[in-house]
Design a protein around this ligand. Structure first.
Ligand code: NBP
Length: 484
């Protein structure tokens, strides 16, 4: 046994993670892949890394020192179960199996329970940052037991991204907590990307600027409070020219957005938890809408507004002014999206009994991952000041930013509606914000309707108890059993 850590699955993520591990002092990395070719390719391409290759699960286990620690990086779903079954056969109590794939957190809860019965530790671990992150330093979200974290923690700290001197890894909570947080990270990523896309679309329609000119706008924004990886790469994508046609690449790419499912998981889970992540939901649905060409085709001639941007583009100061308004609307909507995402993490922690430190989570999002941004420092500060903060966007810093953005935010949402430009994430964020602020909501009327047709009862603002109006009788009110 010569290796202190192993990786199973040597496709792009696994091989990059293995190289990252091997590049750190003190690590010797055992590697294994189902089909031999990937292992051979990795060894050939990277002779500088001292890997310990194996070609069977038995040899792989024998190559690891105890407690054996192996990170699985295979296709999420059944392949992961298959590899776990094989590792359980060759590992011993006290060893650690880590799943670094994008597992659904409920699968992780199930697997942890089953593996724990063998005495082997099981850790579901979220890894964000794509291929580059895996190689150079991802943001890592491990769940699992404290015992496993004691062995795993130092290894993960050595390979994680570093933000402001701190490694982007924390022990999120037990069993599925890490994969839960990774899931919500991806949901927030969907919302952030959609908001950026809407901002681009609005600027283009309003000013007629070219993608390359709008790239300059995003590059400028990246020097301010919006500074983030996603804003940075947006500028890069908008600047790209298609080699074949000479046109902006963004105009050549088919406008149908794909998805691998983590956004949908975030929304489905939020529905189960009763958490309104409307920004993430709109972003997920916007991708779905884009990917129905047959529906879009038959809808193209539906009536639209008489006036629209594009007839006369704004120029000069007017253009600068609208761009600044879009920037503020984007920032405000982004605050809402992140607030909703952290709300889901809080609700998940409560439901599944995880002790998740939201401040620590926001800190590990500062580097390595796709949503990495300056902004995460503000979130960390908010939770440091008040760990039990019920709504993130009520933290003083965000209140100030939302105050600054008020009229531009409203103006941009109205302009988009008037011009017939879809801005679902911008407008739903504003609606959520106004819903939170409202002194009274029409939910009272809904309770009345529910009581009318289903005797679902209601509570009153002026006294304790549960009530029902005899709608089909003499319409007097009676005290009732609470049936929600
Ligand atoms: P893939 O998701 O494409 O999976 C390919 C790997 O799974 C290969 O090593 C393949 O072995 C192995 N595999 C399969 Br398929 N079935 C297997 C089985 N029954 N037994 C053993 N191995 C099996 O790889 P990836 O894109 O590197 O992603 C790995 C994981 O990381 C996924 O869960 C993914 O969701 C997650 N992730 C990806 C990213 C990203 O940016 N790509 C980011 C974060 C997380 P073979 O060579 O023998 O076919």
């Amino acid at each position: 046994a010569t290796a202190n850590i192993g990786v199973v699955g040597l496709a792009v993520m696994g091989s990059n993670l293995a190289r990252n591990l091997a590049s750190r002092e003190g690590n010797t990395v055992a590697v294994f892949n189902r089909s031999r070719s990937k292992t051979d390719e990795l060894l050939e391409a990277h002779p500088e890394a001292e890997f310990v290759p194996s070609f069977s699960y038995e040899d792989f286990a024998a190559s690891l020192s105890k407690p054996r620690t192996a990170i699985i990086m295979v296709k999420a779903g059944r392949p992961t179960d298959f590899v776990i079954d094989e590792l359980v056969k060759v590992f011993e109590p006290g060893d650690i199996i880590v799943d670094g794939g994008n597992a659904l957190f409920t699968d992780t809860i199930r697997r942890e329970k089953a593996v724990r019965e063998t005495g082997i530790n099981y850790v579901g671990m979220g890894v964000s940052g794509g291929e580059e992150g895996a190689l150079l330093g991802p943001s890592i979200m491990p769940g699992g037991s404290d015992e496993a974290w004691a062995t795993l923690g130092p290894i993960l700290k050595s390979i994680a991204a570093v933000a402001e001197g701190e490694p982007c890894v924390t022990h999120v909570g037990h069993d599925g907590a890490g994969h839960f947080v990774k899931m919500v990270h991806n949901g927030i990523e969907y919302a952030d990307m959609q908001l950026i896309a809407e901002a681009y679309d609005l600027i283009r329609h309003a000013t007629g600027k070219t993608p390359a000119e709008i790239a300059d706008v995003f590059a400028e924004w990246n020097r301010g409070e919006l500074e983030s990886y996603l804003i940075e790469i947006t500028a890069e994508v908008l600047r790209q020219v298609d080699a074949e046609t000479g046109k902006p690449l963004v105009d050549i790419i088919l406008d149908q957005a794909g998805a691998k499912g983590t956004g949908a998981w975030t929304v489905q889970t939020a529905l189960d938890l009763g958490v309104p992540v409307s920004g993430i939901a709109e972003a997920t649905f916007a991708r779905s809408l884009s990917s129905h060409p047959e529906q879009r085709e038959v809808s193209r001639d539906l009536p639209g507004p008489d006036v629209s941007f594009g007839v006369e583009h704004l120029t000069g100061e007017d253009a600068d002014n609208i761009i600044e308004q879009v920037r503020l609307a984007l920032y405000a909507s982004k605050i809402v999206a992140y607030s909703q995402g952290f709300d889901e993490i809080r609700a998940g922690a409560k439901q599944y009994d995880w002790a998740i430190d939201l401040g620590a989570v926001s800190k590990i999002f500062r580097g390595g991952c796709i949503i990495r941004a300056q902004f995460l420092n503000r979130i960390a500060e908010a939770y440091d000041a008040e760990p039990e903060l019920p709504v993130l966007l009520t933290a003083p810093y965000f209140v100030e930013a939302l105050g600054r953005a008020q009229s531009p935010w409203r103006n941009i949402v109205s302009l988009a509606a008037a011009a017939g430009i879809p801005a679902p994430a911008f407008s739903s964020s504003l609606a959520y914000y106004d819903g939170l602020r409202a002194e009274r909501l029409p939910a009272a009327l809904i309770q009345g309707q529910r009581d009318f047709f289903g005797a679902h009862t209601y509570r009153r603002i002026d006294k304790e108890g549960t009530f029902h109006t005899l709608w089909s009788g003499d319409r007097t009110e009676i005290e009732a059993e609470d049936t929600h």
